[in-house]
Design a protein around this ligand. Structure first.
Ligand code: HEM
Length: 400
């Protein structure tokens, strides 16, 4: 428990730190990788380069600090991060390393403004925040291990089949190399893939949503080959998976994690995806047919054009076979001859023309600009926040 003075000092300095938030976390990561180069094997170095991860971490630390005397207020945020940490095997012994380098970074950036008193208060606060994460993660590790077919750390999986879903998306069907049981997972969850790429000096880990319904036979991930744009090179891991991992090869996976999951509510389900954001939502579509066969489903997918439209025939077939499933396609730039339900981008007027009710569960996932557009449309429609579910691929972005 923190004393009153510490709480006051921490809360009073949150705005100052927030102002320098990105500078501090950028410095933090610099220090972290100088002092602990082995952690390059854990952190996604592409996210580092883009600066998104430092921002996400900064936001989380300051949100926690602002709520330091009532951390339960931010439990949903802690949970979401803890799922990712668990899927990456972050351990209690990692926390003091992060704490030490974060405090050093604060001192480096704030200089004399970071008084001894302030640093001491933040050291105590960090410990409280770290303990909260460690506790939540401990329970997640226990739960993961105890599940039938569950495992800790990484487990080798064999690629039993590779299927092209669009010009840029390929599915990998994966079975445990030990032929053991697969654990149950929830539609919408992801796994971490760990690969050693010969040209990269550290291990790479990436999260991919499971794109199939839970089943006892296999996992399926559907990976978009990320093409480089401007100064960003091609996706390191996605390119490696597409080009160098073949049927019969083995990759390592951690057990399913994540809190962006299908609910069992007694109301229609609206699944809105952009590009490869369709993966968790396709899993939800397959799952709901199985678990709630009478639930109305609106599956809306936006792609640039037909050649980039993953699972096109699969979803079309599902919609033809199940009258409760209504599937719509939006192409940004369709060829003149291709059919779609809307061209350009999704907007509220169109959404209201296909979804007949506000009383539905709205799930969305896709590139950040797409997510902003969808979120703003839902807000304009005055959809209750409780009925809105979304997931960012990669470090949490902004919907504002
Ligand atoms: C991801 C916060 C401690 C390793 C994240 C994310 C946040 C975060 C906000 C992004 C979540 C997302 O992508 O959805 C925190 C906070 C910590 C903490 C507030 C301390 C209280 C640690 C520690 C480690 C660690 C001790 C291990 C040394 C990672 C990694 C990721 C991550 C590897 C994945 C993102 C990437 O690779 O770019 N954390 N974290 N974190 N965290 Fe932490």
């Amino acid at each position: 428990i923190l004393d009153k003075q510490t709480i006051e000092t921490v809360k009073a300095t949150v705005p100052v730190l927030e102002e320098h938030g990105k500078a501090i976390t950028s410095r933090f990561y610099q220090l972290l990788f100088i002092n602990h180069p082995e952690l390059k094997n854990i952190f996604n170095q592409t996210n580092q380069r883009k600066g998104k991860q430092p921002q996400a971490l900064a936001n989380a630390v300051y949100a926690a600090a602002a709520n330091i005397d009532q951390l339960e207020n931010i439990l949903p945020v802690v949970n979401q991060i803890a799922h990712k940490h668990r899927s990456l095997n972050i351990k209690p012994e990692h926390y003091p390393i992060v704490g030490e380098n974060l405090l050093k970074a604060m001192q480096d950036v704030l200089k004399e403004a970071a008084t001894k008193e302030i640093i001491a208060a933040w050291a105590k606060a960090y410990e409280v925040i770290a303990d909260a994460f460690i506790q939540v993660e401990k329970e997640m590790y226990e739960e993961t291990e105890q599940k039938d077919g569950g495992w800790l750390d990484y487990r080798p999986f064999q690629v039993v089949e590779k299927v092209k879903e669009s010009d840029v998306i390929t599915s990998f069907y994966l079975k445990p190399a030990d032929n053991g049981l697969l654990p149950e997972f929830e539609a919408g969850q992801y796994i971490t893939v760990k690969v050693n790429i010969p040209t990269i000096p550290y291990t790479c880990q990436r999260q991919y949503s499971l794109s199939c319904k839970p089943n006892k036979e296999f996992f399926r991930i559907s990976v978009k080959k990320e093409k480089g744009i401007a100064e960003n090179p091609d996706g390191v891991v996605s390119t490696y998976l597409h080009e160098s991992v073949h049927e019969g090869d083995t990759i390592e996976l951690s057990a399913p994690a994540g809190d962006f999951v299908l609910n069992q509510a007694d109301k229609p389900l609206v699944l809105i995806s952009g590009g490869v954001g369709l993966t968790p939502l396709t899993s939800m579509l397959e799952t709901v047919l199985h678990e709630q066969p009478n639930r109305e489903v609106y599956y809306i997918h936006a792609a640039q054009h037909e050649n980039l439209h993953g699972f096109k025939d699969h979803v079309k077939q599902i919609a033809q076979q199940h009258e409760q499933v209504h599937a719509y396609t939006i192409y940004e730039k369709p060829e003149e001859t291709t059919h779609c339900d809307k061209t350009g981008f999704i907007d509220l007027t169109w959404l209201q023309s296909v979804v007949p009710t506000q009383e539905a569960s709205f799930y969305f996932c896709g590139p950040e600009p797409f997510m902003k557009t969808v979120y703003q449309a839902l807000q304009a429609w005055q959809i209750n926040e409780e009925n809105i579910y979304y997931e960012f691929f990669g470090p949490k972005g902004s919907l504002e």
